[in-house]
Unconditional design. Structure first.
Length: 148
């Protein structure tokens, strides 16, 4: 059952938006911050996006569609995971929105996920996204330090 609960995670990263954008769209970096997943997409609006990997000993293939792609600013895509046990139907997809805001050379990254069916489900998602955006921060800042 679809819901109107939104999970949102925000972090300030000591790196400019183009660096953060590279981290969230580069398959090698995605593998680092997204639990070892393999990312497949061409990033064009309307294109499929696929995440493949293994979670707790089970192979998975999540999928979605690219809805918006504004380099260094905004990425919006849908997401469905069969591991959730729901039917592969439009009402069971989440929309993930990645927003990058320049803050004097730093980046305020916000990741939101809609369509959670309860406040508890949204809280669980937020906790997962909090860890994920913290890892994006770590990778982006590490790469900046290596370039210095």
């Amino acid at each position: 059952m679809a819901g109107n609960y939104v999970a949102t995670s925000t972090v300030t990263i000591d790196a400019p938006p183009p660096r953060v954008w590279t981290v969230i769209t580069d398959p090698a970096a995605v593998k680092e911050f997204m639990f070892g997943t393999e990312l497949l997409t061409d990033w064009s609006v309307g294109a499929p996006i696929v995440w493949r990997g293994e979670w707790e000993g089970r192979a998975y293939e999540d999928k979605g569609e690219i809805l918006e792609f504004e380099p260094d600013q905004r990425l919006v895509h849908t997401h469905f995971s069969p591991l959730g046990g729901q039917a592969d139907a439009p009402e069971n997809y989440h929309t993930l929105t990645w927003t990058l805001e320049d803050d004097a050379g730093k980046t305020r990254l916000t990741l939101s996920q809609d369509n959670n069916d309860s406040a508890e489900a949204a809280q669980h998602s937020q906790e997962m996204w909090d860890r994920l955006v913290a890892d994006v921060k770590k990778i982006a800042e590490q790469k900046i330090a290596e370039q210095a």
